[in-house]
Write a protein that binds this ligand. Sequence first.
Ligand code: ZN
Ligand code: ZN
Length: 210
Amino acid sequence: MIPGINAARLRVDLPLQCRCGRVRGVAGGVSSSSGFRFVCYCKDCQGFTHFLERPDVLDRAGGTDIFQMPPGRVKLTTGTDALRCLRLSAKGVLRWYTDCCRTPIGNTAASPRFPVIAVVHSFMVHEADGRSRDEVLGPPLCRIYERSAVGPLPPNAPAPPSLGVFARRASKIFGWWLFGLGRPSPLFDERTNAPRAAPCVLTPSERAAL
Ligand SMILES: [Zn+2]
Ligand SMILES: [Zn+2]
């Protein structure tokens, strides 16, 4: 490491890849200050992995490790025909995954105007440069919806969000919007704003069965 340089601030281009390797991309300029990492224990994130039959994505308490970043820094380079999109309810967020190996990619709002993509850890590759996820992204800044956890939280679980953490996230998202980093989104058509894969919406009974 170079003296005087804070490793946490080094920005890297992080490879993105589904489990089978068909869908690939890159998250540009990633560092602990370029996004917002947290662990979500909500029932919908758990339901998404049940739908995909990918329980391995969750921690033992049912948590999903997520990194929110601006969509304009995410590029998909191959396999975009395998993109799929799920909504657990008619008004739910868009949950993106790959059809080939049912790897969660991440979540977005229903419109590309909200300048955030919440990338699920399962789509990020961390072994490439020998640095761990914690070294590249920093540790998770908070946990949310812990009441929906399905077991005891891991001993290293991050703290619940403080007001300061909420403010930090809000100012980041405002900055992404201000500097136009929400576009282009790899998940929406740049001209029509339509999702790149038509969302499949679960019926209430399908949702309840997850
Ligand atoms: Zn795949
Ligand atoms: Zn969640």
